[in-house]
Design a protein around this ligand. Structure first.
Ligand code: ZN
Length: 108
């Protein structure tokens, strides 16, 4: 009897084309680069001018280094913002009245 050999097809394994960490997630799925709480609804690199409600850091997609002054944050660097957050719970003490405490679901 003519038995036709069945060929197995293998789908090519994805080789780094899809990054699950960059998939859109629910609000609060992404960490703020400054305070570290999960306040970002989209990955920080996509969060153009998003202001973190906890530390008031304005996301800066143009400044790539933590020690580079951020125009979005009046020349504050991300490093300075982080240090300020440790002391004042806000990236810039002047913005303290606008910041709010993190919600339980936003804890890292
Ligand atoms: Zn923050």
């Amino acid at each position: 009897m003519g038995h036709q050999q069945k060929k197995d097809f293998f789908l090519p394994k994805s080789s780094g084309g899809y990054d699950a960490s960059k998939a859109p997630g629910p609000p609060g799925a992404f960490h703020c680069p400054c305070c570290g709480y999960r306040t970002f609804p989209v990955p920080p690199e996509d969060a153009l001018a998003y202001i973190c409600p906890v530390c008031m850091w304005e996301n800066d997609v143009f400044t790539t280094s933590p020690d580079a002054p951020s125009d979005e944050n009046h020349g504050l660097t991300l490093d300075q913002g982080r240090k300020n957050f440790h002391v004042y719970r806000v990236c810039d003490p002047r913005l303290a009245p606008y910041a709010r405490p993190p919600k339980p679901e936003e804890f890292p």
